[in-house]
Design a protein around this ligand. Structure first.
Ligand SMILES: NC(=O)c1ccc[n+]([C@@H]2O[C@H](COP(=O)([O-])OP(=O)(O)OC[C@H]3O[C@@H](n4cnc5c(N)ncnc54)[C@H](O)[C@@H]3O)[C@@H](O)[C@H]2O)c1
Length: 298
């Protein structure tokens, strides 16, 4: 498969990431896009959110006309049948929940329904591409294509190679990412968290440890990184914004299985915050509140 052979794409899973990926594919003007989810309401909400986002960030700002928006929307078709959506696509991107069994089962179905030379990509953040590819009869055409949230804004795409992923598949995935206006980086799937999340995780763990030792407040730890290393946002305030403390605590079992008890453990500060109900995320208390209300006095 070469970049110019790609005419039709499918995005499987229309949740937080899938709808955004469908939008950037359609905005190129090159692709017919099928957006599929098991839940029809999610598909409709996904299409609605694409429409609203295009209106707010593109039409209202004079970047595209109302007709161009209409054409972008018309290139995207929503549906609930994976088989129908993928029967004639050239490139499929899976964005369903981060559960290995579910991904393997879905790749088996994709393998059965999509044409033999179609590339099957996964937007997984942590799962192993070799293991997902082994559920198909075309592991050479299975690859990771890891977008970052929000997809329209974040430039990075990690192209993740499984043990059996071919160079041709890596090249076409890189080329597609570049056509979407992204900067691809390539890595092997032997790294839990691939590149950016793995390295960032280490930074955040150390920031959490500093607060846990009561060396300084979360605010000052973030400030030191923002001013000392020109980070636009500190890792602790980012955690508060994303609500990642709760998610991280829930991921404990998977991380331990992948990284072993030493590196896979969830930081004790996250555990105690989540136990106390400081989850982070919109409208929720997070580490800044936990410091002020609990830890600084504990
Ligand atoms: N949310 C993020 O910031 C982010 C960033 C990068 C990568 N990812 C990865 O992207 C993937 C999707 O994450 P998300 O946050 O969009 O999840 P999400 O829960 O918002 O969406 C997943 C969607 O998949 C649908 N689904 C479940 N089983 C399906 C099936 N068999 N066929 C079709 N649809 C199915 C669900 O109904 C749901 O709407 C995960 O692998 C995640 O790790 C997420």
């Amino acid at each position: 498969m070469k970049l110019d052979d790609i005419k039709r794409c499918a995005v499987v899973g229309a949740g937080a990431m899938g709808a955004q990926i469908a939008e950037v594919l359609s905005r190129t003007g090159h692709y017919e896009v099928r957006l599929v989810d098991v839940d029809e309401d999610v598909v409709n909400r996904g299409l609605e959110s694409i429409d609203k986002g295009l209106e707010r960030f593109f039409v209202a700002k004079g970047k595209i006309t109302a007709e161009e928006k209409k054409a972008i929307m018309e290139r995207i078709t929503g549906g609930t049948s994976l088989e129908q959506a993928t029967a004639d696509v050239d490139f499929a991107i899976e964005a369903i929940p981060e559960i290995l069994g579910l991904k393997r089962e879905t790749f088996e179905r994709l393998d059965a329904s999509a044409p033999a030379d179609t590339v099957l990509a996964s937007n997984t953040s942590t799962l192993n591409i070799t293991e997902i590819g082994a559920a198909t009869n075309r592991p050479d055409k299975v690859v990771g294509m890891h977008f970052f949230n929000p997809v329209a804004v974040m430039k990075l795409v990690e192209v993740v190679k499984g043990a059996m992923t071919s160079e041709e598949t890596v090249e076409v995935t890189k080329a597609l990412a570049a056509r979407l206006g992204k900067e691809p980086v390539v890595c092997r799937d032997t790294s839990y968290g691939f590149l950016a999340n793995r390295a960032y995780e280490a930074l955040r763990e150390e920031a959490l440890q500093i607060v846990w030792e009561k060396v300084a407040s979360p605010e000052d730890v973030d400030k030191s990184l923002k001013l000392g290393y020109n980070l636009p946002l500190g890792p602790l305030e980012l955690g508060d914004r994303l609500g990642s403390w709760k998610r991280r605590a829930e991921m404990e079992r998977d991380r331990m299985a992948a990284l072993g008890p030493e590196k896979g453990r969830i930081h004790p500060l996250i555990r105690v915050m989540v136990r106390a109900g400081y989850f982070g995320g919109p409208g929720q208390k997070g580490i800044y509140d936990f410091w002020k209300e609990v830890l600084s006095k504990w």
